[in-house]
Every structure is written in structure tokens, then in C-alpha cells.
Write a protein that binds this ligand. Sequence first.
Ligand code: CMC
Length: 392
Amino acid sequence: TGATTLDPGFVNTASCTSAITFIDGDEGILQYRGYPIEQLAEKATFIEVAYLLIYGELPTQEQLDRFSGKISRRMMLDERLKELYRSFPRGAHPMQVLAAGIMALGAFHRDNLSVHDPAQVEEASLRLLGSMPTLAAYAYKSSVGEPFLYPQTRLGYVENYLRLSFGTPQEEYEIDPDIVRAFETLFILHADHEQNASTSTVRLVGSADANIYASMSSGVNALSGPLHGGANQAVLEMLARINDEGLDIKEFVSQVKDKKSGVKLMGFGHRVYKNYDPRAKIIKGHADQLLRKTGASNALLDMALELEETALNDDYFIERKLYPNVDFYTGLIYEAMGFPAQHFTALFALGRLPGWIAQWREQHADPARKIGRPRQIYVGEKDRTYSPINER
Ligand code: CMC
């Protein structure tokens, strides 16, 4: 039988039930396992939130220590995997390298590819959480042609990641606690967001019983698009273009409103949030503080603030309920920390990984689960007769 309901972009279709993340888009509410994002962003650590998302409850100190220890012991990559990284050209996009790295990780850990054995799923989850910062940092190091460092188990998750990204073999990397806290917050804000494009991709690939590494790598690929996680890179490039070309903000906003221009206000708009994105609100608060601390130029931040102000008072954006989303201010922070724009989306992926893992596991724990298999409404020709090539 043919499908009867058409819903392009799944605007009205729920693909699953889930007990992980709650969003009320009209009220600007986001909760992980029932805990408001504002509380988690301020008080929790990223690994605590990863535990919450995956296992459903906040960990006790003992549970957290055991979980962190297991993750730390899985940060080291097989040396041959590093060879794969070395083979990418200088300047390769970190999201391409990261997706390839996650797929390769599965090939190096063939003893935890079963989707039916809970012990293997647990091992693969820990392996992914442990290896992802190393993979992301090496993607950065290989893109700039610098040597890879080994992770240090005595360091925390974020500390390790920053040292692997910015440390050098000759010098001790100085860890700034304010910057670590900022990354804890940013990663928490990105950790899950129900059935967005990348999470739906993870679930769809997972629904075919493809291994968990294949699902996560697919999630990274979906996230790389500029309408999704790639927006953080696109926002900074947009601000840089306005700056370089000396464009007037009002002029730029007029360009955006002219649909023929094909120019979008990147970092604005959201399928679900029609009031404001609570993540953007928290990030905006941090951006000013961090930029001042790192002594980074505030020129682009001032421009972003002016752009936001102009858009929020413009009928085009008011009528369409377009507000800044999570990606509007993050790039400015990442840039101030020293990351090139190309690397921003890999930071989003690092934050989103626990959510993808939690969603994959929730899906596989459901005895009623089915392979994802949408239907279509066929609009093409029917019942034609083949003609030999010389008669066409
Ligand atoms: N700039 C200009 N116009 C916009 C924008 C924008 N950023 N976003 C939406 N619109 C317009 C759109 O053209 C449409 O106008 P009309 O009704 O006249 O045709 C109307 O607003 C509704 O937009 P839509 O494209 O139907 O909304 P959607 O829910 O399908 O798309 C979106 C959501 C996030 C893809 C879109 O708002 C967008 O492209 N934003 C820019 C990219 C971006 O910042 N993405 C990050 C999203 S949040 C984090 C994440 O998912 O990674």
C-alpha cells in the first residue's frame, strides 16, 4: 500500500518515544532526564551529564569516579590509527577526519561491535567517550601539522582535550580553570537535543542494527552540515565577511531578507524553539566574560550583538519567530580559545556524543523497536515500455 501522510522535514512526525530530553519550544524549556539545562550548565560537569543521559540518573561520587576512570583508560588510540590521521592532507576538514576516525575506531575494536550483547555495547560506549577527545584533538593537530600528544589519565576529560589540542611535546601545558569550566558548560549545553537531524541519523542507522561506531560516525556526518552543527563555523565566517567587506549591519540584514540573495542569518532560527533558545541565552552570558578574559578582540562580538539587536527588532524575523540559536555565540568563544573556525563543529560533536550514545542505547533497549523505513509518495511516471537505445 502507498503512504498517505506526507511530512517533508518531519515537521509533525514523532519517530520514537524517549525519556532522555524534554523540549518545550514555545516556552524555551530544555531538560535532560527532567533536570533543567540552566542548573546542569552551571553546576554539573560534562561527564556527570554524560552519565545522567546514558544511565538515566545523576551518579553518586563513587559511580562518577568509576565511570570517569573507565573513560580515561580508553583515551589512548592504537598507534596504527594515528597513521590514518597522518595520511590526511594538511587543512582537511576536522569533521571529515573525525567521521573517518570513528569508523576506523570500530575496525580496531572488533570485539565490541555486537549490538545485542549489553557488555559489548557498554564497552563500545566507554571506548567512544574515551577516544572522541583524542580523535578530535588529533584531527586538529593533523590539520595544522603539529605532533600528536598522548592523553594523561590523571587529567579530567576537558583538561585532557585542551592539552591534546594545544599542548606541545616540549612544554607543560598550563590549564586555566576558567576555560575548563567554560568548556564543561559548552559541552553540557550541546549534550543532547532530542530528535534533531544528527540524532535521527544515529537512530536510523542504528535501527538497521549497524554497529554503534557506524551510527556515531553517521551522526558526525549529519552534524557537519551548515544548517545543523556546521552553523557555528558558518556564523564566524559570516561575521568575518561582514567585517572584511565593511558591510553595514542594516545592509547585511536587508540582504538576508531578500530571499533571492540566498544569504541566511546563520545562527538564527530553529525548528522547535519559537520563543528563544535557552542554550543561546546561557552562552551569550559567557561570551562577553570569556572574550574579556582572554583579551580577544571584541570587534566581532560587538558586531554579533548589533546583528542580534537589529534582527530581533525587524518584522521579517519577528513574524517568522527567528531567534539566536545555540550556534550564534559559540564560535566567538571557540575562536577566543584559539580554535580555527574549521574546528568548531568538531567541538559540537564532542559535546553531542553522550546524547547520541544514550539515544542509540534507548532505541536498542526497546523490545518493540523496528527498522526505520519511511514511505514516500510516488510522483513519477508509471507503466512505461522500454525502447531500444537506437530508437530514442
Ligand atoms: N535567516 C533568514 N531566514 C530564515 C532563517 C535564517 N537563519 N531561518 C529561517 N528563515 C526563514 C525561512 O526562509 C522561512 O521563511 P518563509 O516562511 O518566508 O519561507 C521561515 O524563516 C521558516 O524557516 P524554515 O526554513 O521553514 O524553518 P526550519 O524549521 O525548516 O529550519 C533552520 C530551521 C535552523 C534550518 C533554519 O532556521 C536555518 O537555516 N537557520 C540558519 C542555520 C542555523 O543557524 N542552524 C543551526 C540550528 S540550531 C543548532 C543545530 O541544530 O545544530
